[in-house]
Design a binder for this molecule. Sequence first.
Ligand SMILES: [Zn+2]
Length: 162
Amino acid sequence: MPYEPFEVLTIENKKDSVFLRKQSKKVNLDKNKNEAIYFSKRLLKTVQDPKNMGVGIAAPQVGVQRQIILVQRFDKANEPFEIYINPIIKSCSDEQKLGKEGCLSIPNYTAEVFRPIKIVVEYVDLDGKKHIEEISGFTSVIFQHEIDHLNGILFTDHLQSE
Ligand SMILES: [Zn+2]
């Protein structure tokens, strides 16, 4: 059976906008590995759905309160989408850069956000192997945006009020 895309939660729905503000829980891969693999495939379908194409997505955006994100690796050959479980930002550069962002959960809106240009991320892959990786450029912005979702933060929270 093909993997079905999920519906994406948006802030236009009151109940969904509350859900998007929740803290996601850690994934226990020892117990839930098969579930995580299945979920990851459906999450990939969702972010590649012509209805809502994106460069990254986080589990809470499809109503799953778990620490799973999918990021398109523009810093790798062929720009693959990769899954990261329980990702956290260990450190980030003092130097920041302004960049345009949008979000599948905030339809028809983009804005410029300041983000650190370089981050160190720790995560586990679907095999349960731990990785620590330094990431910079646009890919690092996607990681920061998606990890924010796991903590109930939306990119509009980073905008300075004028
Ligand atoms: Zn988003």
